[in-house]
Design a protein around this ligand. Structure first.
Ligand SMILES: Nc1ncnc2c1ncn2[C@@H]1O[C@H](COP(=O)(O)OP(=O)(O)OP(=O)(O)O)[C@@H](O)[C@H]1O
Length: 311
């Protein structure tokens, strides 16, 4: 559901705006422009000085009574800001705004925000959506939990490929950079539409996303379903995996080695001694066993015009 326009909480005059700026994200050439635009739009700016700092700054903003908090950086910065808001138990009080200044900016794209100017325009317009938040082992993620591909795969995907085929672009580029990859011995136990789904074996990769289609040709995508899109790609020769991934996405055909379900919760267990390496919104984590769930529509976030006009 979309809340069109107006201040998300309180009157415009009472709103407090703050922006958490990661000056090192992307090409690291955005800080000066963002400081200027932030001032023009009535945001005070706090800047990160190290990894993890955005979470602390977000929690402080919540404690200070900020009601519109912008995260300026890439997906990792948004991840940290949301982590801080969750830690401060402030999701009901603070509206998030996204100013994309990272390398891939996948979450911003999913919200229909393609540029820094778009981000400020969305904040100014104040149209908000309530979006699902993923949770892995208690840690919130806004976009994705990906295992089996190098964490860099989630950020190295080219924009063009991503636009054409969505999530599976990660698979394709990941496979191309992971030819030496041994596969992932895992058991996946998921609940989809009240039914249990069990997968066990050697996977090439496992992708869990909050944005449905995450995100295919119909961007921007719906992240208000209360379900996670879970894709398991069997271990098979890289070229076959690519062919099947493309076939599945482009022609919407069932393919034998790529399974996609919409789950409300799942558990992933490593069947080998080594833990499974995940990338949570691009940040690296390792688990022997992890429960992944969703907090339906827990995050209030300013959306771009393209998202807001979605039927
Ligand atoms: N001042 C800082 N110095 C060094 N690292 C920082 C600083 N501020 C934040 N970071 C770290 O930068 C990392 C990358 O940030 P982010 O993901 O936002 O940008 P990106 O990788 O360029 O973009 P994307 O994820 O969209 O491809 C995060 O892991 C974050 O912890």
């Amino acid at each position: 559901m979309i809340n069109r326009g107006g201040a998300p909480t309180g009157g415009a005059a009472e709103r407090t705006h703050r922006l958490v700026l990661n000056p090192t994200s992307g090409e690291a050439d955005h800080a000066e422009r963002v400081r200027r635009l932030a001032a023009e739009h009535g945001f005070s700016v706090v800047e990160t000085e190290r990894a993890g700092h955005a979470s602390e700054l977000a929690a402080t903003a919540a404690a200070d009574g900020v009601d519109l908090l912008a995260a300026c950086g890439g997906d990792g910065t948004i991840h940290e800001v949301v982590q801080g808001l969750v830690a401060a138990d402030a999701l009901e009080d603070v509206t998030l705004s996204v100013i994309p200044a990272g390398t891939a900016n996948i979450y911003a794209s999913g919200l229909g925000i393609e540029s820094i100017d778009d981000g400020f325009a969305a904040a100014r317009r104040g149209t908000t959506g309530r979006l699902d938040l993923g949770v892995a082992d208690g840690e919130p993620f806004v976009l994705s939990a990906i295992a089996g591909l190098p964490a860099s795969a989630s950020t190295s995907t080219s924009g063009e490929l991503k636009e054409r085929i969505g999530t599976l672009a990660f698979v394709i580029e990941g496979v191309q950079t992971a030819r030496q990859f041994d596969g992932l011995e895992v058991a996946v136990d998921a609940v989809a539409d009240g039914e249990e789904y069990i997968w066990e074996g050697e996977a090439l990769c496992l992708l869990v996303g909050t944005l449905r289609g995450f995100t295919g040709p119909d961007e921007p995508s719906n992240a208000e379903t209360g379900r996670l899109e879970v894709t398991v790609v069997d271990r098979l020769p890289p070229t076959d995996a690519i062919a099947e991934a493309v076939e599945r996405r482009l022609f919407d055909r069932e393919t034998p080695h790529v399974t996609t379900i919409e789950a409300s919760e799942l558990e992933v267990v490593a069947l080998e001694d080594d833990p499974v390496r995940f990338s949570l919104d691009g940040e690296r984590r390792e688990y022997d066993r992890v429960e992944i769930g969703v907090r339906p529509r827990a995050l209030r976030v300013c959306v771009g015009e393209a998202y807001a006009s979605r039927p």
